[in-house]
Design a protein around this ligand. Structure first.
Ligand code: NI
Length: 170
């Protein structure tokens, strides 16, 4: 296994819609293992393949600190089938370091995908898992959570990012 570099805003790979995974082979499974190592090392609760520079429709989630956590969830070619209700929760992202903002999402979602063996799965999720799924599927569609925050929060993000970028250059 290997740690992969995480692409951060404004890397254009984060804005491209990812491609469907046609064949789930050893190369894809190696990518999944490397992504898992990268996620646990970060640490984060979710990672999409394009966040490590691979424009493929593949994501992993592990809610680590939550009770009844089923462990690493691997979703290949995931699709949001349905969403119900509304909830607002503070989100962060490994591709937007040191920034958090409230985001409005569906409270409950139904997701269809393939697992790491290629088997079709469909399930319902609520709460933090529902949020993580919507956040990561957004990544696969080239969206970031800053696309879903209000103008005031977006302005704060832009100023913070500019300041940090400037400091990094100095
Ligand atoms: Ni993210």
């Amino acid at each position: 296994m290997a740690l992969l570099p995480i692409c951060t805003y404004p890397d254009p790979v984060l804005r491209q819609k990812t491609e469907y995974v046609k064949t789930i082979d050893d190369e894809i499974r190696r990518l999944i293992d490397d992504m898992a190592e990268t996620l646990y090392n970060a640490p984060g609760i979710g990672l999409a393949a394009n966040q490590v520079g691979r424009s493929l429709r593949l994501l992993i989630i592990d809610l680590q600190l939550e009770e009844d956590n089923p462990g690493l969830l691997v979703l290949i070619n995931p699709e949001l089938v349905d969403g119900r209700g509304e909830m607002v929760h503070e989100e962060g992202c490994l591709s937007l370091p040191d920034f958090w903002a409230n985001v409005k999402r569906h409270e409950e979602v139904i997701v269809r995908a393939q697992d790491r063996e290629g088997k079709e799965i469909e399930f319902q999720a609520q709460g933090l898992l529902s949020i993580a799924l919507q956040h990561e599927i957004d990544h696969l569609d080239g969206k970031l959570f800053i696309d879903r925050i209000g103008p005031v929060a977006l302005d704060i993000f832009k100023r913070k990012w500019k300041k940090k970028h400037k400091e990094a250059k100095e």
